[in-house]
Design a protein around this ligand. Sequence first.
Ligand code: FES
Ligand SMILES: [Fe+2]
Length: 339
Amino acid sequence: MFIKNGWYAAAWADEIGHHLVQKWITGEPVVLYRTQAGEVVALHDRCPHRRASLSKGNLVGDDVQCAYHGITFDCQGNCVRVPGQEKVPSALSLRRYKVVEKWQWIWIWMGQPDEADESLLPAFEYNDSPGWKALGGCIPVKANYQLLTDNLLDLTHETYVHGKTIGNSAVAETPMEYQLNGHEVHVKRIMENTPPPPLFKRVRGFEGNIDRWQIIRFQAPAHISIDARGYPTGVDDLEQGMRWFSLNSLTPVDERNTLYFWTVTRCFDLENEELDEIIKDQILKTFMEDVEVIEAQQVLIETDDRAIPEVSIRADGGSISARRIVEKLAAQDADAGIT
Ligand code: FES
Ligand SMILES: [Fe+2]
């Protein structure tokens, strides 16, 4: 069950041009393209004639022509041409989804278009803000998206999974505080006077201990921002510290596949291109360590015939709260018949 009345990251903005791109989101096929004027369009990617994939068809001007029998739809999803007949049956139309292009990504609202509310977009403005530099990508993951939200809401795993980059023993040893705030979950972990993890040393040249902050914000359906900071312990000069946001949107393709959109956006040493490469490479390696664990976890969950209930621990507080929010909102959408 998915939240339908909610925003999901559908694509990086530069991925969508005047050509047809297919994405599966919450179990639905969507075809995306830009009109000649540059507006992004998202339509249901299943031809109402015989269910062929429209994204395998052609753009004729700003209209989509099905590759199978040539029925053509405009960018509102209305049928404008049926080969061999003059009358266009009114049932021949496509669902059009509400989309917003913002902060380098294309966001899609999978529910009722008239309820699409831009104020519910996640707070990802640092992906495109003066004084910040965002680097990132999108990783296809063979696992349910909530295994990834669980992962990002409990960074204890950094100690065990990411020892080469952002993890060390201080993370697991420092307890987190978490708080439910409407449809958001906030998790905070502050590590004082602690050795910097390997990537922080590499990026900022820390020699002594640092005070390290992780401030995590979950916004439904599956957006997680991590405000990560490190400052030399006892030094007041913020210029000597580092701060970046790790901004993550987990877009469910279906129940067992996810598009993991990510960026790391920093506010220091912006012109340093060598640093860009280090961050991009090291963060991607870090996330691929997560993906390896999580894809294996998905297989074991699916093959567990006895379905023994999982046993939760204190560190699961944030992820359990986030799952409850998603469950409630998804049930509301299902009860209201929003598909
Ligand atoms: S299936 Fe699309 S025109 Fe026939
Ligand atoms: Fe991780």
